[in-house]
Design a protein around this ligand. Structure first.
Ligand code: BTN
Length: 325
């Protein structure tokens, strides 16, 4: 029953248009009446599936389907196992539990997506809003052959992968360290967490949050001036499955390149996409800030600022683009 439900959603979602009852019956190896019954069950769950006379069934909701994502990522390290959960506290927390739980010991490349996060987390202990049906909350488990100090390169690599993957939808830039912006508004963020001991990394969870459409009823007041979404940037409605597969495919390719050739390729691409290269910036740190010209990215992810007192390394904070120092 569950397998047929998943297979039906997979086909309807992959089609992005109508599929006749006959064709679906053939694809799933069941009768047309059984297709009809399963469609009714999905409709009863609240899914918007319409039967168009003479043309077939069409899924209007933007549903996350694990098997479809797995199919699109077939043969890659990232996506070797894809999971979708209706609700978790945080995909990062859940995937880290799966990675460190001895009985489960989730594999390198496992991907977890969730419709809702009850405690989505952002950088610097902030909350991250995930609205069901509108945003993409996904985490990727990596077990990289890196020293713990090199893991700081992974969020930068991920920012490049997200920026490059979404470039066909809209002209995006990166803001240090790993925010993805469209016209100054943040539409994606990355949170990387690690379990390690001196000299050995056990698990890295790379969490990616992407606003694919604005929340119904609009952004909460505190985000209205700073948050953006990909569909508005692109000027058309984009499906979360297309965003997820594009980002994960690019992440897989870039990660492979990085493991083979090192950080330089990432650093160069990151710098090219950075909104502030060579520009005046202010980095807010708690109650203080540092002003300078963004001059380079260090191998550990620190931003090098040219300040009045020379070159200053900034390792954490919120970057603000400025007209002048
Ligand atoms: C940021 O503050 O910019 C980082 C936001 C990261 C949000 C994503 S959503 C999926 C994953 N699960 C979380 O709890 N956080 C990350």
């Amino acid at each position: 029953m569950h397998a047929t439900r998943e297979a039906l959603l997979h086909q309807l979602s992959a089609a992005a248009g109508e599929l006749s009852g006959e064709r679906l019956a053939h694809m799933l190896g069941i009768s047309r009446t059984a297709v009809w019954k399963h469609v009714h069950a999905l409709q009863a769950e609240g899914l918007d599936i319409r039967a168009e006379r003479g043309r077939g069934y069409c899924l209007y909701d933007d549903v996350l389907v694990a098997s479809l994502l797995g199919e699109r990522l077939a043969g890659r390290r990232i996506g070797c196992r894809c999971l979708v959960m209706p609700e978790v506290d945080s995909t990062n927390s859940e995937l880290m539990r799966m990675a460190t739980d001895v009985a489960c010991a989730a594999a390198d490349g496992t991907v977890l997506l969730a419709e809702r996060q009850t405690r989505g987390r952002g950088r610097l202990q902030r909350n991250w809003l995930t609205t069901a049906g509108h945003s993409l909350a996904m985490s990727v488990l990596l077990r990289p052959p890196l020293a713990p100090t090199e893991v700081a390169q992974l969020p930068l690599l991920t920012a490049v992968a997200v920026q490059q993957a979404l470039q066909p939808f809209a002209q995006l830039s990166i803001k240090w360290p790993n925010d993805i912006l469209y016209e100054g508004r943040k539409l994606a963020g990355i949170l990387t967490e690690m379990r390690a001991e001196p000299g050995a990394v056990h698990a890295v969870v790379v969490g990616i949050g992407i606003n694919v459409r604005p929340p119904e009823g609009g952004w909460p007041a505190e985000l209205a001036a700073i948050a953006g979404d990909l569909s508005s940037a692109a000027g058309r409605t984009i499906r979360r499955m297309d965003v997820a597969s594009a980002v994960l495919l690019r992440l897989d390719a870039l990660y492979r390149e990085y493991l083979e050739h090192g950080f330089d390729v990432v650093r160069e691409a990151w710098w090219q996409a950075h909104a502030a290269c060579g520009k005046p910036v202010r980095v807010h740190q708690g109650t203080g800030y540092v002003d300078g010209i963004a001059e380079a990215l260090d191998a550990d992810g620190a931003l090098l600022l040219r300040t009045g007192s020379g070159l200053t390394r900034v390792v954490a904070g919120d970057l603000e683009l400025r007209e002048s120092i």
